[in-house]
Design a protein around this ligand. Structure first.
Ligand code: ZN
Length: 558
């Protein structure tokens, strides 16, 4: 799971431009497609930002391994582009030929979006007029949900491979076929494997060598279990994630995992300071505002927290909005055995806090309250979002059947899980303040930090898992009177109702997950998913604040 940071924009200008784009004529196959008229404004939503990270505390061998790791990460990029869209390779060549006004902006935006569709605008096209395939590149573009379901009904023996995280679905003679990632991406994964083995040779840290070797092997088997276990044991100053993880890109079913890579350097002082919270997780699970029978007391207690600065990323995480924190692995078997690891990307978080969240607070909060938002509250809000992915229902029993929340809530799972992690994180900070573990100053500024924070996330658009989850929280808190709209259209947290509403929402989301009730979840999303008018008008007023950053890494040109 990950938290991306966001900000803005469902701006009217872009919507108007989209309408224009939809009327554009289809271009011939070899010609460059036409960008939307406001392409420059769209590109400007992503402010170029040079990231810095200190490599001083890395050993010589670990530092030398980085070169191989950057190349391995670049292979994740190649794979993810194909996962995002089967037509990518041909289309990218056409994009490269663009000339004239807006050409550079269009090329940049294509690079940021990993395709010709705007990830901030429900995958509407910004280059040409092709429709975005809901199942991205994972399924045949003309395959419908009904066809997929009918195939499984007729071939129940195919269900496991078809719904698997690590298969592509292709047309074959007489129907559909699942092809494992290690076959489908054989060339790319072999090259990535060689780079990982090269890095393992140079690295000094034994746990890093072990992880790189087992992950290299997993690229050939699609069995990521052992390497996920090894990843949990990493104990050096390099924090490396590479492989298939999140399922957000699969908008059809949410079954398929997207390849990505994070190369980060650990900040040992921050990590030690935060590690004290890890001991509180079992206590927090016991305090959850749900019946005891739904509490998940069997999860591993090992929940390392890592505060890092990002050196390089590629693939899924690099597309669109940049991730500020993640919680991996997603494999429930590993999570129950070892818990999960939270990695915060502090240099990205701080850049977004200063450049996006503070300006949003100036627009959205009553003027006298703007100064109540704080970096410490924001940092802890993100930290506890990540911690709370490891709390609450995971593996559940539905009608006597053992299953996982993810499998039961399907396409709605990501949004609900993100919303749960947000609101449970807020709830947990109050719990820990009551217990004397969390600084009161931090929870005092929490509501004023969370409100601009929610607005920031809603700017991603509701089709992004976190964006929809955020709008649901916002609607719910307004309905409960925990956020009020002032006469001058600003949003003020109502403290007398805030904490109660946060607890109620934590309860409601946990129960949807605990029961694995898809229909009830659908009703929840129908009720709370539409953007409330108060939120819409403020979102529209944030147009001049960047939506996100377009990172420039020191390890590579961009
Ligand atoms: Zn998350």
């Amino acid at each position: 799971m990950r938290v991306r940071s966001l900000s803005l924009s469902i701006c009217l200008l872009a919507v108007a431009a989209h309408l224009l784009a939809c009327t554009a004529a289809t271009t011939a196959k070899d010609e460059a497609p036409a960008p939307v008229p406001d392409i420059e404004a769209r590109r400007a939503q992503f402010a170029q930002f040079g990231l810095t990270a200190s490599l001083e505390h890395l050993s010589g061998g670990d530092r030398a391994a980085l070169e191989h790791l950057v190349r391995a990460a670049d292979w994740m990029d190649v794979i993810f582009k194909r996962q995002a869209w089967a037509g990518h390779e041909d289309f990218e060549k056409r994009v490269a030929t663009l000339k004239g006004p807006g050409a550079q902006a269009a090329k940049d935006y294509y690079r940021i979006m990993y395709g010709p569709w705007d990830r901030l605008l429900s995958h509407e096209p910004f280059l040409g007029d092709l429709e975005h395939p809901e199942g991205a590149g994972y399924y045949p573009e003309d395959m419908t949900k009904e066809e997929f379901d009918a195939w499984i009904a007729a071939h129940p023996e195919d269900e496991e491979s078809f719904k698997g995280l690590f298969t592509m679905i292709v047309r074959s003679e007489g129907g559909l076929e699942a092809v494992s990632y290690h076959e489908f991406f054989k060339n790319e994964l072999s090259a990535a494997r060689d780079e990982l083995l090269g890095a393992a040779e140079l690295a000094d840290t034994p746990s890093l060598k072990t992880y790189l070797r087992s992950r290299a092997e997993a690229f050939f088997s699609d069995d990521y279990y052992q390497s996920d276990m090894d990843w949990m044991d990493l104990d050096g100053n390099l924090e490396i994630v590479i492989g298939p993880y999140e399922t957000y890109e699969d908008g059809l079913f949410g079954y398929k995992a997207a390849f990505e890579a994070f190369l980060c350097v650990v900040d040992p002082d921050d990590s030690a300071a935060l590690a004290k919270y890890k001991g509180e997780l079992p206590w927090l699970e016991l305090q959850l505002p749900i019946p005891d029978e739904h509490k998940n007391l069997d999860r591993g207690s090992e929940s390392p927290i890592s505060v890092t600065d990002e050196i390089y990323t590629a693939g899924d995480t690099r597309s669109g909005i940049q991730t500020i924190a993640f919680n991996l692995p997603n494999d429930e078997r590993v999570r129950e055995a070892k818990g999960s690891k939270k990695v915060l990307l502090k240099n990205i978080m701080r850049a977004k806090y200063e450049n996006i969240l503070v300006p949003i607070a100036r627009h959205a909060l009553p003027e006298a309250d703007v100064a109540r938002a704080s970096w410490d509250a924001y940092f802890n809000f993100v930290l506890f979002h990540e911690l709370c992915h490891g709390l609450g229902p995971g593996r559940i029993t539905v009608d006597g059947r053992e299953t996982e929340v993810r499998l039961e809530l399907r396409d709605l799972y990501s949004s609900m899980e993100e919303a749960k992690a947000d609101v449970m994180g807020i709830w947990a900070l109050y719990q820990l303040a009551d217990k004397g573990i969390m600084d009161e100053k931090i929870v005092d500024s929490l509501a004023w930090t969370v409100v601009p924070g929610l607005l920031r996330s809603a700017r991603f658009g509701v089709t992004e898992a976190h964006g929809l989850g955020v709008v649901c929280q916002f609607s719910y808190l307004i309905e409960k009177g925990a956020i009020e709209v002032t006469a001058d259209q600003r949003l003020r947290p109502v403290l007398s109702k805030w904490r109660g509403a946060v607890t109620d929402l934590t309860h409601d989301l946990c129960m949807l997950e605990a029961t694995g009730d898809y229909e009830a979840t659908q009703k929840f999303v129908e009720k709370y998913g539409p953007v409330p008018p108060a939120m819409q008008s403020i979102l529209e007023s944030l147009g001049d604040i960047p939506v996100d950053i377009d990172p420039v890494y020191p390890t590579k040109g961009s």
